[in-house]
Write a protein that binds this ligand. Structure first.
Ligand code: ADP
Ligand code: ADP
Length: 226
């Protein structure tokens, strides 16, 4: 099943009198359970593409089809609501709230929902990412890898079929990075969640199904690893 079908994505930024074309007509599809990396030099459009795929930005041209539905022309409010229900985000710097413990951090995306099972679900997610013994720990009491596991659990609280990760190993040492990549692989394989990771980390390519190389806002060569 195709979870994202992005067609001929063009993104132009206008600053002052200048127009800069950050994406020059990208075709990108993502299947359920796929783990894909996006690589490329600084300024090649990786963040812009991730933002378009994550409904954080709208393309200047092209269509974004999410779970079979064309979401390109949705208004801000609907797009935000849809993003929260269908896409999880993981960041380089974790973005955990320092005064909340692990369970509460995982609950954050659901804080304003009436959901009596929220805490139980957060504990279950933490257990699944190997933090069953860290429920009450605050971020400053967790290692970098543990913090990223909390962030991964948080990204899954709304049962997304898509998780978008921006440099998820960028703040971690190599061994911890491997553990996080193993976790992403497991989530993709066992839970059928599609994962897209923007990265500079070559290590990531040992784990993904496919790497998309961006060069100046277009897809360079695409390597398929069987
Ligand atoms: P990458 O993530 O690969 O470093 P980006 O997607 O951040 O690339 O940026 C691609 C190009 O678009 C760069 O030239 C960058 O300067 C430009 N750009 C990114 N965001 C904006 C913005 N909000 N306004 C203007 N230009 C931008
Ligand atoms: P960088 O690696 O460039 O420091 P980060 O991984 O810190 O980037 O963040 C990536 C982008 O995501 C940033 O532009 C940041 O503003 C944005 N961001 C951070 N938290 C959230 C959030 N909860 N929802 C949406 N976007 C966010």
């Amino acid at each position: 099943m195709t979870v994202i079908d992005a067609r001929n994505i063009v993104k132009r930024y206008r600053t002052g009198g200048e127009t800069l074309e950050a994406l020059g007509g990208i075709d990108f599809t993502l299947e359920a359970g796929e783990f894909v990396s996006i690589m490329g030099p600084s300024g090649s459009g990786k963040s812009t593409l991730l933002n378009v795929l994550g409904l954080l930005a709208t393309p200047t041209e092209g269509r974004v089809i999410l779970n079979g539905r064309d979401v390109t022309d949705l208004g801000d409010r609907k797009r935000t609501a849809l993003r929260k229900r269908t896409i999880g985000f993981v960041f380089q710097h974790f973005y955990l709230l320092p005064t909340l413990n692990a369970v509460e951090n995982v609950e954050v995306p659901r804080l304003f929902d009436r959901d009596p099972d929220r805490a139980a679900r957060a504990r279950d997610l933490l257990t699944r990412v190997g933090l069953g013994d860290r429920f009450d720990h605050r971020p400053d009491q967790l290692s970098g890898g543990q913090k990223q596991r909390v962030a991964i659990a948080r990204s899954l609280i709304n049962d997304p079929k898509i998780v978008l990760a921006d440099e998820p190993t960028g703040s971690l040492d190599r061994e911890t990075g491997r553990q996080i990549l193993d976790e992403f692989s497991r989530i993709a394989d066992e839970e059928n969640v599609a994962i897209v990771a923007v990265t500079h980390d070559e290590l990531v390519n040992q784990y993904v199904d496919r790497t998309v190389h961006l060069v100046d806002g277009t897809i360079g060569k695409e390597m398929i690893d069987a």
